[in-house]
Design a protein around this ligand. Structure first.
Ligand code: FES
Ligand SMILES: [Fe+2]
Length: 392
């Protein structure tokens, strides 16, 4: 009989550009630009101009001498020298070429080569973006000015338990990897609702990366919420009690994932944000309640007793984790070549939910969870966590 399904017959693979591309003017790029995103730790905004790349845009982050953070386009409004070489001063950032000085809101404060420091300097504005600081992170809004929402408060980060402090971290995926991950952000965001990779990738394939209970095949229920997709998964602990684990992927890129080590049961202790750097890179910011500074970093998975960056190539293949699985899907995965099944229901629901938001933005409406004015923008995640029910 003739051979069936050989690779020769493979159709050219295509990616779902609508869901993955984040540049200005793209559907997803515009959706993401309706929300605040963390773009740095508080300490990244300092007296030395710091380059960041966010949603495909190169920007300069700094903090003026008055302590105000600023985010501006690198190209100086005068004749284009980069503010990467600029000098941060009391009231803003000064370009190295002819000394134009810009405030954190882009206003031009000085043109030293012009008579009287520039009589019409008010006509010039360095392109800038608004920032707010919270939870140890610097958040930026890159969208249309008239659509700017409130920066949401998050209940599980506002309510600290006894002995707890708040910590922010930008070092990488929980499962290990470099700070900047070379693939599309959606490959990681979808992973939040991909409950079945936990027992396989983290439970069996690489040994127990978390705790033995997480290696069980869970019973899973997905539901669509007003802000994303929620997952409830059930497992039985050694002593017969039932573990109900509730996670959520919420707009715009929030990962609400309780510790898979189950060290502290109860309400989720940290929130992660997937920051799309551009179409083929992302990074993770985390803010969480910790007992000791450095706890978030210490929670990282070790494979074969080593951190991700300590592994040889042979060990990466023997003990693959989230980085290996997600990056190997490709810089932007080929959606046309996928075969989604029942265990991918969370992924399908999340994509559908995101498409619905794209339609709302295209129709001129606000996407979900946008609150302006004096509304209550608090996001409540106290129902997410590891909850242990009585004996089954
Ligand atoms: S190019 Fe920046 S001041 Fe001239
Ligand atoms: Fe994972």
């Amino acid at each position: 009989m003739m051979d069936q399904g050989t690779a020769y017959d493979l159709a050219p693979a295509t990616s779902d550009r609508e869901l993955t591309e984040v540049g200005a003017g793209t559907p997803m790029g515009e959706l993401l630009r309706r929300y605040w995103h963390p773009i740095g730790l508080g300490a990244d905004a300092g007296s030395v101009p710091h380059q960041v790349r966010v949603l495909g845009e190169d920007l300069i982050l700094f903090r003026d001498g008055q302590g105000r953070p600023g985010l501006v386009h690198p190209r100086c409004a005068h004749r284009g020298a980069s503010l990467y070489y600029g000098r941060v001063e009391q009231d803003g950032i000064r370009c190295c070429y002819h000394g134009w000085m810009f405030a954190v809101d882009g206003r031009c404060l000085d043109q030293p080569c012009e008579p009287e420091g520039g009589k019409v300097r008010d006509n010039v504005r360095q392109p800038w973006y608004p920032l707010e600081e919270r939870y140890g992170l610097v958040f930026a809004y890159l969208g249309p000015a008239d659509r700017k929402p409130l920066l949401p408060r998050i209940d599980v980060l506002d309510e600290l338990g006894p002995g707890e402090t708040l910590e922010a971290d930008d070092s990488s995926l929980g499962g290990g990897g470099p700070p900047i991950i070379p693939c599309n952000w959606l490959q990681h965001f979808e992973n939040v609702v991909d409950s079945f990779h936990v027992p396989i990738l983290h439970g069996v394939f690489s040994g127990h990366q978390f705790v033995p209970a997480m290696a069980q095949m869970p019973q899973v229920e997905w539901s669509v919420t007003e802000r994303g997709v929620r997952v409830e998964s059930w497992r039985t602990l050694d002593d017969g009690r039932r573990l109900r684990r509730v996670t959520e992927a919420a707009l715009p890129t929030l990962r609400v994932v309780p510790s898979p080590r189950l060290g502290r049961s109860g309400v989720v202790e940290s929130i992660g944000w997937v920051l799309p750097i551009d179409d083929t890179h992302f990074r993770i910011y985390v803010a969480g309640r910790v007992e000791q500074p450095g706890d978030i970093g210490r929670m990282r998975s070790k494979m074969n007793g080593k951190f991700w960056w300590e592994l040889s190539e042979a060990e990466h293949r023997q003990f693959p984790g989230d980085y290996e699985a997600q990056v190997s899907q490709g810089a932007i995965t080929a959606h046309s070549a996928e075969h989604l099944r029942t265990s991918d229901r969370g992924v399908a629901l999340l994509r559908r939910f995101l498409r619905e938001q794209l339609r709302r933005v295209a129709a001129g409406d606000d996407p979900a969870c946008v609150v302006r004015g004096d509304g209550d923008a608090t996001l409540r995640f106290a129902n997410c966590g590891n909850f242990i029910a009585a004996q089954a």
